[in-house]
Design a protein around this ligand. Sequence first.
Ligand SMILES: [Zn+2]
Length: 71
Amino acid sequence: MAKSRGYTAQQKQHLVNSFYEQKTLTCPECDILMDHLHIPPRSDVAYVRDRTLLTCPSCQRTLIVDHAQRD
Ligand SMILES: [Zn+2]
């Protein structure tokens, strides 16, 4: 499988934890503030819940946080 640009599992976990703790989210690679985009649930796909797309404006890495992941 080709290497794609993304965060490591550890970086993702850190971002998800920070998100739930409502801390300021910064890109672990660039150390700058990340953009938030709220993704509303789709009515045609019942299992899709509220999510937030985090995007780093510098390196363009993204991470989707499922709000229901909490706990
Ligand atoms: Zn970045």
